[in-house]
Design a protein around this ligand. Structure first.
Ligand code: NDP
Length: 419
């Protein structure tokens, strides 16, 4: 029995909260704490009749370490699950340290203000030293290793689908199928159709920042950076069909490169339709993806935040999205002296997700692993002092939980490879 505090009440959080309420045996008490408490109250009202989990709600500004520390100390949870935005990762980690509570999230830190000169100086150095220019990276959270270790607390980083499940797939492949992994291709396919010319499946600001950035991959321990969307492949996805996919930078590559140094190449591909790419290019060309505030008729406006206000709320896409997602990892390597290939993936149906928890599959495939990660920590199955990504623990109980909680996976020992 555990008490969990969930921060945020958006698309991903609402799925994770639904799943915690289905899993009352583990989560007998939860607190939903977010910026807009009315959203937390509305979700509580919807779920309370269907669950024995005791739900409390609270308003909190997770950017404010003192306010959050006081709330955590008052509620005394076993762990805090951060499902706000990556901007809040460090303040929530600080509050967890202050209150002596385990920490779990689904995405690594990035700053809200990328023009902050102090952050820029560190970022510019990292771009030069490491060779990739994404705004997000693990260095900020890995810097908490010693603090968490000394406090005897676990920080579980990135337990969504990708990162999260994809890294568990790597640990599982290594444990059960390979002596040596040589290449990993992570393939994220969304074959869903929401009927809008342009919308993002999760927080538009985070999503557009990610996909408009240069792509990069790791080869022989070094980053190779390429212009955004300049490497394209086609792949025939089970449950979806043939799709164009593009090489992107993605955060799990960094952690996997560190933890599996023998892997010669790690790449990440995501599918995009032509309409999405055309809209994104146009918005970028006119400056709508900028995070730098501009003056507009006496007001300061951040273009990408203004765009967010115009785009459909990702949470509203659920009822209208049809089709499936297929996310997984293709491996090549050696087992017992012989060359081997393997593909582990999950197929998830948008409408099935909607029927179950009133969300589309992108929120679902993130919210379920968020609940599972929290369960691993509070049950003590994944508990060690320090900060860790999901590939650094025993994958078996997590893989079992994926099958049980709605994200069953498939192992294909004869996959088509990506060239
Ligand atoms: P949403 O924008 O839908 O939800 C974010 C929630 O956080 C909102 O409820 C928001 O409040 C709340 N929030 C924002 N700032 C604060 C703050 N300062 N204090 C308290 N609450 C705050 O985002 P998503 O649900 O789409 O994404 C949630 C997380 O999941 C993100 O970090 C995202 O990067 C990550 N993610 C990870 C994936 C993976 O596979 N690993 C895939 C998809 C997403 P309000 O309601 O007031 O806006």
């Amino acid at each position: 029995m555990a008490r969990l505090m969930i921060i945020g009440c958006g698309g991903v959080a609402s799925v994770a909260i639904n799943k915690c309420c289905q899993n009352s045996e583990v989560f007998d008490e939860i607190m939903i704490a977010s910026r807009t408490v009315s959203k937390c109250d509305a979700l509580k009202a919807k779920l309370e009749p269907k669950t024995s989990t005791k739900i409390t709600t609270a308003k909190v500004d997770a950017d404010n370490v003192e306010e959050l520390t006081a709330l955590i100390k008052d509620y005394k949870p076993d762990a805090v699950l951060n499902l706000a935005l990556p901007y809040q990762d460090l303040t929530i980690m600080d509050a967890c340290l202050n209150a002596g509570v385990h920490y779990i999230d689904t995405a690594n830190y990035e700053p809200e203000d990328t023009d902050d000169p102090e952050w820029r100086a560190i970022y510019d150095k990292r771009c030069k030293d490491l060779g990739f220019s994404a705004y997000f990276d693990y260095s900020w959270q890995w810097a908490y290793q010693e603090k968490f270790e000394k406090a005897g607390l676990t920080g579980l980083l990135g337990t969504g689908f990708d990162p999260g499940v994809t890294s568990v797939f790597v640990a599982y492949a290594k444990k059960h199928y390979f002596d040596e992994i040589h290449t990993i291709d992570i393939l994220d396919c969304n074959g869903g159709d929401h009927g809008y010319p342009f919308a993002t499946n999760f927080n538009p600001e985070i999503n557009l920042r990610e996909v408009s950035a240069p792509g990069s991959y790791l080869e022989d321990g070094k980053w190779v950076e390429i212009p955004a969307m300049s490497i394209k492949r086609e792949y025939n996805f089970e449950g979806v069909g043939m799709k164009d996919m593009y090489l992107l930078h993605h955060e799990e590559i960094e952690a996997l490169g560190k933890n599996f140094p023998e892997v010669k190449r790690i790449r990440f591909f995501m599918t995009f339709g032509q309409s999405y790419l055309t809209h994104m290019n146009c918005l970028e060309n006119v400056g709508m993806l900028s995070t730098t505030p501009i003056d507009f008729e006496g007001h300061k406006i951040v273009p990408i935040q203004f765009l967010k206000a115009l785009l459909p709320d990702p949470a509203s896409l659920g009822p209208r999205t049809v089709g499936k997602t297929n996310i997984g990892c293709i491996f090549t390597g050696i087992k017992d002296g012989k060359e081997k290939t393997l593909y582990i993936y999950n197929v998830c149906d948008h409408q099935e997700c909607y029927k179950e928890v009133e969300s589309q599959a992108i929120s679902y495939t993130t919210g379920v692993p968020a609940m599972i990660g929290a369960m691993m920590v509070v049950k003590g199955l994944w508990k060690k002092p320090g900060v860790f990504t999901t590939d650094e623990f025993d994958p078996d109980p997590y893989m079992e939980a994926l099958n049980k909680w709605g994200l069953p996976w498939v192992v294909d020992e004869n996959p088509v490879l990506v060239d």
